[in-house]
Design a protein around this ligand. Structure first.
Ligand code: G3I
Length: 337
């Protein structure tokens, strides 16, 4: 069976996954799977603020460097996730950043980006993650950026990043923007604002933690329109954290569930490829290591129905690292791209 990275490369594209750094050290089968299938990888948590600068001005890169080394050894690129995010930040980091707290953010961006400035493996950064409001009540500016997060401050973060390392692709990463709805429109407005204000922004990151159900359809037109707008603005859409979670009503069998997940991948990737996406990163590669099974992230509907927790099978390989229907769906999408 042809590995995904090879199918992608045949089309000038890339397939990759988020890497769980601790498992990478302990599980040889998991490491081998990643090396075989991926041409790009994102550390699951090793580049987040709490990992890289746990104390003010004290930087540690041991865990992230181990992943970078793995990527280098296996001819994979590494995506830098993430410089500024309200989650996974130490308590002493204020949020959102403001002009008066900017120096804290500047020290962080200089410290982390600076460490990888000469890296030939790490080629892109999520400069900011999840800064767009979820609803009109959560914003106080015309671009839909979260309340209290001044557009000029977001602009200055990107300008800073570009000045620290002009050779990396800079990404604004966001969730919940795959249906073209209100939030997606704010995401586009923010990108337009940044572009109009002299910012280098190369990638628009679609996390794509997708929920599929027989009860509601995926808004294909909305998503395609967002991709078209990005094309018009000259910003590349990248799928940064794809996985597929099944919502109620639950299908009767695991086989049906796996087929729903696979169909979701195929439908979504077909739209991505038609809309100019060339990099697909799934948030993990095996159901053995997925955030959605972690107790603190498990959706309420699954917490309430423990008998269904084995339905959390959002990734292309199962817990024994066997290929699932989702794998074949992704393969097929790359072949048809
Ligand atoms: O490693 C510690 C362990 O030592 C400790 O005993 C245990 C007790 O809580 O926590 C462990 O850390 C957890 C870590 O995942 C392990 O990987 C953190 O509590 C937990 O919060 C952390 O969750 C991660 C989450 O981001 C927050 O950083 C998920 O694994 C990770 O998949 C998730 O990824 C995010 C993206 O960064 C942004 N987009 C959404 C996506 C999914 O939530």
């Amino acid at each position: 069976t042809t590995p995904l990275r090879q199918l992608a490369a045949a089309k000038g594209m890339r397939y990759g996954a988020a890497i769980a750094g601790d498992a990478l050290q302990k599980e040889a089968d998991y490491a081998n799977l990643l090396a075989r299938e991926c041409s790009i990888a994102t550390p699951n948590g090793e580049l987040k603020w709490s990992a890289t600068e746990p104390q003010p001005g004290v930087f540690t890169f041991t865990a992230a460097d181990a992943i970078a080394k793995f990527c280098q050894n296996n001819n994979m690129a590494m995506h830098g996730h993430t410089l500024v995010w309200h989650t996974a930040r130490p308590d002493w980091v204020p949020y959102p950043p403001t002009p008066s707290s900017f120096s804290i953010f500047e020290r962080h961006v200089r410290g982390v980006m600076g460490h990888y400035r000469n890296s030939t493996v790490l080629k892109s950064w999520d400069v900011a993650n999840e800064v767009i409001a979820n609803s009109p009540e959560e914003t106080d500016n015309p671009y839909g950026i979260q309340r209290g997060f001044k557009p000029e401050v977001l602009r200055d973060l990107f300008l800073l990043a570009a000045s620290v390392d002009p050779n990396k692709k800079l990404c604004l990463n966001e969730f919940g923007i795959e249906n073209g709805g209100w939030k997606a429109q704010q995401f586009l407005k923010t990108i337009e604002y940044l572009k109009n204000n002299g910012v280098k922004i190369d990638w628009a990151g679609f996390q794509s933690h997708l929920w599929f159900s027989t009860a509601y359809p995926f808004d294909a037109t909305g998503f395609s329109n967002v991709l078209q707008r990005l094309k018009d603005m000259g910003v590349k859409p990248v799928i940064t954290e794809l996985d597929i979670i099944i919502d109620t009503p639950f299908p009767a069998t695991l086989a049906q569930l796996d087929q729903m997940v696979a169909d979701g991948y195929k439908r979504f990737l077909d739209l991505c490829f038609a809309g100019g996406v060339d990099t697909i990163i799934t948030w993990g590669i095996t159901d053995r290591h997925t955030w959605i099974r972690q107790p603190e992230w498990m959706p309420q509907i699954y917490k309430n129905n423990p008998q269904y927790q084995n339905y959390l099978r959002p990734l292309p390989f199962d817990q024994n690292l066997q290929r699932k229907q989702a794998f074949y769906a992704i393969s097929q999408a790359f072949k048809e791209a």
